[in-house]
Write a protein of this length. Structure first.
Length: 210
């Protein structure tokens, strides 16, 4: 499987092995405007430039040569399988997580969200939220297939409500979240009840069709 480099925000494509001039380096890009320009443009800018106005000065250590980084460019983590990233990013960060690789339909949805939409678009985040819901359904179905289904009673907290003083932990405690506890059973159990009803209807229709 080949991995297409993400498009650059300005339209040009940057290869993954390209080393940006300033990204992830101890060098500060010379793009910031000068102090006089900022002071003229932003009222009150630079009010703490005078060391006498900064309480941290006695403990402050000013050393322009001390960047805090002990490398010119950090060693890149090898990308053993394609990783999704936003189109705003020309390259992957030097280090990235690999514990939860994308998979199935939810993974395809996440790839679309990253490859097609900017992080500034609502479609990007709505697709990721939808992918999370699909991932939950995939995990539930996978548990059934492998013979290790989810323990719905334990995971919804119904058992803890009885054994861990659920009512007493709410009443008379001044909790601000009590108002929505009435609808919590509907939100938690409603989807499962609806899914069970739909499955029952579909199964019954299949039996009658035979």
């Amino acid at each position: 499987m080949t991995h297409e480099p993400a498009p650059h925000p300005l339209g040009e494509r940057v290869p993954d092995d390209a080393t940006p001039q300033f990204t992830y380096t101890p060098h500060k890009p010379p793009t910031a405007p000068g102090s006089e320009e900022l002071r003229a443009r932003i009222p009150g800018w630079g009010v703490d430039l005078d060391p006498a106005d900064r309480p941290s000065v006695p403990r402050e250590r000013f050393d322009p040569a001390l960047a805090g980084a002990h490398w010119e460019f950090p060693e890149r983590q090898p990308e053993r399988r394609p990783r999704e990233r936003s189109i705003e990013h020309a390259t992957l960060t030097p280090a990235f997580g690999t514990a939860q690789p994308v998979r199935g339909l939810s993974g395809a949805m996440r790839k679309v969200a990253y490859r097609r939409y900017s992080e500034g678009r609502a479609a990007h985040w709505l697709l990721l939220l939808a992918a999370d819901r699909v991932d939950v359904a995939e995990g539930f179905v996978g548990g059934l297939v492998t013979g290790r289904p989810d323990n719905l009673l334990a995971e919804t907290g119904v058992v803890a409500e009885v054994r861990r003083h659920g009512l007493r932990s709410r009443v008379g405690r001044g909790r601000t979240d009590v108002v929505h506890h009435v609808v919590d059973p509907l939100v938690v159990a409603g989807p499962w009840v609806l899914a069970g009803y739909v499955g029952y209807r579909l199964g019954r229709r299949a039996v009658h069709a035979v």
